[in-house]
Design a protein around this ligand. Sequence first.
Ligand SMILES: Nc1nc2c(c(=O)[nH]1)N[C@H]1C(S)=C(S)[C@@H](COP(=O)(O)O)O[C@H]1N2
Ligand SMILES: [Mo]
Length: 339
Amino acid sequence: MLIKIPKRWELPESAVTPRKLVEARRPLVASMQKEGLIGRAMTRREALKLAAAGTTMAGCGQYIKGLDTGAASGLSSPYADWFPVPRNKAYEVPERAVTDGVSATTHNNFYEFTVSKSDVWKLVGDFELEPWTVEITGLVANGGTFGVEDLFALFDMEERIYRFRCVETWAMTVPWSGFPLAKLVEYVDPLPEATHIAFISKNDPEQMPGVSANPGYPWPYYEGLRIDEATNELAMMVAGMYGEALPRQNGAPLRVIVPWKYGYKSIKSVVRIAFVNKQPGTFWNTIAPDEYGFLSNVDPSVPHPRWSQATERLLPDGQEVDTMLYNGYEAEVSALYSG
Ligand SMILES: Nc1nc2c(c(=O)[nH]1)N[C@H]1C(S)=C(S)[C@@H](COP(=O)(O)O)O[C@H]1N2
Ligand SMILES: [Mo]
């Protein structure tokens, strides 16, 4: 017998705000772009042209070498022309080298494809990124279904270098491209009673062999943040890395990056964002509540039940370094957890 238990992030349709204006806005955005009234990132072609002319564009595309892994490359993304975007130098990682792009795009956790980290990139070649919409729903005034490029056009994208720390203790340093999640939250205008945001990933067993291979998991992958966390300056919606569109294995076309939390909070290939009035469930908390909490802030003093979190191993060589409280972002986020 199949009993459908609604997930805690599932809302009745009655809670969804219809938004005619969203539809009305799209041609406006397009025409503003055409008129040059709102910015669009330099296209890859334009950047290459500049490079060929001997001009360097600070902060753009320094990492693209070695990233051409065929269908698993950002170059094969239908959104390739949005990148590179300008770097925001306020977000850099001074004490570590940026991880090489090949390592960051061939060592992945994306269980919808496979649990084998070194194989995700080999299985994503046919993963369809277009069309792609993100439904923004629940307790917001301006929700609706947005084409992913509408979101790219609405919010200026920038590149930031962040530490990234998986709960399994591997870690990397990555130049991500995207926009602050706070901008999106501001745009959709949460109702006063909204306290949390639930994120849901694409779940298509036809394209994602890991879904049927692991029928015991509570698909789709889902995650959540408090609204004060989501509007912290560090939280990003990410659409690119290493100056290119996000490769499929890294969560194309749009994912979350919350650098002070363990990697599983950084949900990939988002299709639905729901504003809710209580703490939503999460995929990993549902599977193993004793091992994976809701907050999941990086903390070297709190061991995982099965291993220490005091140190981490940097990709690709496994160099061991000390793990930092909040993954090195204590100054930016500790006020969120003072209570
Ligand atoms: N939808 C989805 N998002 C996900 C995961 C996943 O399996 N499915 N894995 C998470 C985990 S455990 C980590 S460490 C990061 C890995 O991101 P990366 O492959 O880009 O390094 O994605 C997170 N987001
Ligand atoms: Mo992870």
